[in-house]
Design a protein around this ligand. Sequence first.
Ligand SMILES: [Zn+2]
Length: 280
Amino acid sequence: MSEKLLFEGKLEGIFDTHAHIYDDKYESQGLSAQDILVNARDAGISRILIPGDSVASSQKALEYVHEFSGKFGVELYSSCGVHPHEAKDYDSNASEYIIDCLSSVGDKVRALGEIGLDYHYDLSPRDVQREVFTKQLEIARELEVPIILHEREATGDCLEIIKKFFSRGSSKISGVCHCCSCSLEATKDLLSMGFFLGFDGPITYKNNKKSFEVISYCPLDRIVVETDSPYLTPEPNRGKINEPSMVPFVVATIAGIKNISLEDTCKITASNGCTLFGID
Ligand SMILES: [Zn+2]
């Protein structure tokens, strides 16, 4: 931690709505769950949602919630779902696990995700990705839980599929476009279907004109902040492992674009995260 720059200024009440704090990379860098959570607390983070991306990681995320929530001053929540990278391994056991998890521990497991399409890496065949995404959206609709959407270089297909589920303004489910990198046009579609937009480290990179445009357009009550740690480390810590304690750099970038105070940005984005995930 010592070699990383901390955000200067005292912030509080931040909700990091997307952090894979169970990732093996932490252990290889000698960072324990306690280290990560204490660093987060000291940086003003009071809530973290730990997303799953496979059955195994969804189980791990929930274990973290059971073991560590509230222990170091940070409330933890999780999600469960099968990421497009893992879509080829989706089977009836996976769908049973997801349904069971969302129905039995719904107070801890607040969303279905990460789900979606990734045509950048194509780690599962595209037709399989689309099928598995659709199947999980059916579960979300049935159980009325929000989704965490992962979309990369697949905006057209992604929108086509979700439009069947999110009829404008009348849907009972909502969700977040995690690490939003969509065009302004696609963003408008997502917002009209009730989606929130999640922003991460890349918005702090120089010359990120697209994010500037999207954040400027996006209503303040639809923005949530994320780290996607251990990945996507914000400036000025690029090249180092990301942690929830780095999310204030994302908060500050949004505050700057929206021209509002840091305190209000913390408060509003945290309250949006609670609305999104149904947290009181
Ligand atoms: Zn993620």
